[in-house]
Design a protein around this ligand. Structure first.
Ligand code: ASP
Ligand code: MG
Length: 421
């Protein structure tokens, strides 16, 4: 007998029929002799709809109330799934994140889990119940307030809970058959990855791949918990996300996949004096207003004037604040002009084989050149190369790079559900 944690995402719970289908799957797992804890997301696009609704009543809703609103989505799901299971003759109990012992810090909208005290959950399992937990939420130890974990946070709930109750596996059910070499909505010939290392998955998630939330992957890595990402619409084996084991690397492919991200904009400071301390002053100001910078490019100063340009990318929702704080410092920093471009996108090629295989960047740049796509910025890590292109060329960029590295499958990937919102 195993202890299994299953997480069902919004697209697997889009309507009553889907909920009944998921309930049957859960019951089948229980009947096969397992103890089952289920983590649910809000139905379909509920979270986005609640966000839209909030925006209609207030341009700047208080973050505490926003969390009270958004957690309602997952509570609806947990109760409905539990009812559907009861209707199949099995006993189920649903719990909010707070009841399940998901303890977080106090940051509304992006709280971090600091502890899991799953006493009620283990007790309910011991009594033979199937346990359903509302994902994406917890309670702050410091303030006693209800918090949410950030978009896609139910993945993190599932992994944290699985680690907390020492589950044998954490299954993440979604609307595709696993993790693909690119988003199948953009690259129909993307193929399913059978096995990926946590390190690669972490880079993909950090680079914009939405299939798993970054923090959930970090958590799984820390607790050495295997994740099985699979479809709730089929019975196919999905993708296993595992910690790198010794001796594994030989057969691993060079490239794991191509991720893309449209969530960032590019700020360029034109004509700033090329003297020590300027970059420090710029990024100190940016950090001072709580903005995380992603890519940075500085040109070598040309001519005798000793002036240079600095470009960097930041989350679009933070860009306004960044531009404002820099404008206010124009005289102090001595730059000529400030530009902001939100029509950009980022492509990232990820693979642990890059460490030992030269020429990956060259192939990437050549494939973009052949397609006539201009590269605006470049950054690299040990196992990743990222480039910024214009927004309207990004999809094409992802497709040509995917082909250039031989990642195309013969057939087309199946997307079972979801609106991609
Ligand atoms: N419902 C939340 C969201 O849409 C959490 C989740 O789906 O994991 O972001
Ligand atoms: Mg969702």
């Amino acid at each position: 007998m195993s202890l299994v944690v299953q997480k069902y995402g919004g697209s697997s719970l889009a309507d009553a029929e889907s909920i009944k289908r998921v309930a049957r799957r859960i019951v089948d797992t229980k009947k096969a002799g397992n103890d089952v804890v289920v983590v649910v997301s809000a139905m379909g696009d509920t979270t986005d709809e609640l966000l839209d609704l909030a925006a209609e009543v207030s341009p700047a809703p208080p973050s505490r109330e926003m969390d009270m609103l958004l957690t309602a989505g997952e509570r609806m799901s947990m109760a409905l799934v539990s009812m559907a299971i009861s209707n199949l003759g099995h006993s189920a109990r649903s719990y909010t994140g707070s009841q399940a012992g998901v303890i977080t810090d106090a940051q509304h909208g992006k709280a971090r889990i600091i502890d899991v005290t799953p006493g009620r959950i283990t007790e309910a399992i011991g009594e033979g119940h199937i346990v359903i937990v509302a994902g994406f939420q917890g309670v702050s130890q410091a303030t006693n307030e209800i918090t949410t974990l950030g978009r896609g946070g139910s993945d993190t709930t599932a992994v944290a809970l699985a680690a907390g109750i020492k589950a044998d596996v954490c299954e993440i059910y979604t609307d595709v058959d696993g993790i693909f070499t690119a988003d199948p909505r953009i690259v129909p010939t993307a193929h399913k990855i059978d096995r990926i290392t946590n390190e690669e998955m972490q880079e993909l998630a950090a680079s914009g791949a939405k299939v798993l939330m970054l923090r959930c992957v970090e958590y799984a890595r820390r607790f050495d918990l295997p994740i099985h990402v699979r479809s709730s619409f089929s019975h196919h084996e999905g993708t296993w996300v595992v910690n790198q084991k010794e001796g594994d690397s030989v057969e691993d492919p060079i490239i794991a996949g191509v991720a893309h991200d449209r969530s960032e904009g590019k700020i360029t400071i034109v004509g700033i004096p090329d003297s020590p301390g300027r970059a420090a002053a710029v990024f100190k100001a940016i950090a001072g207003v709580g903005i995380n910078v992603d890519m940075i490019v500085q040109n070598v100063s040309a001519g005798t004037e000793k002036k240079t340009d600095i470009s960097f990318t930041v989350p679009k929702e933070d860009a306004g604040r960044g531009v404002e704080v820099l404008k206010a410092m124009q005289d102090e920093l001595g730059f000529e002009q400030l530009q902001y471009d939100d029509q950009v996108g980022k492509l990232s090629l990820v693979g642990s084989g890059m460490r030992s295989n030269p020429g990956v960047s060259a192939t990437l740049f050549q494939s973009l050149a052949d397609a006539g796509i201009n590269i605006e910025m470049i950054s690299t890590s040990e196992i990743r190369v990222s480039v910024v292109t214009s927004d309207d060329e990004l999809d094409e960029a992802v497709r040509v790079v995917h082909s250039a590295f031989g990642l195309d499958a013969d057939g087309e990937a199946v997307v079972y559900g979801g609106t991609g919102r």
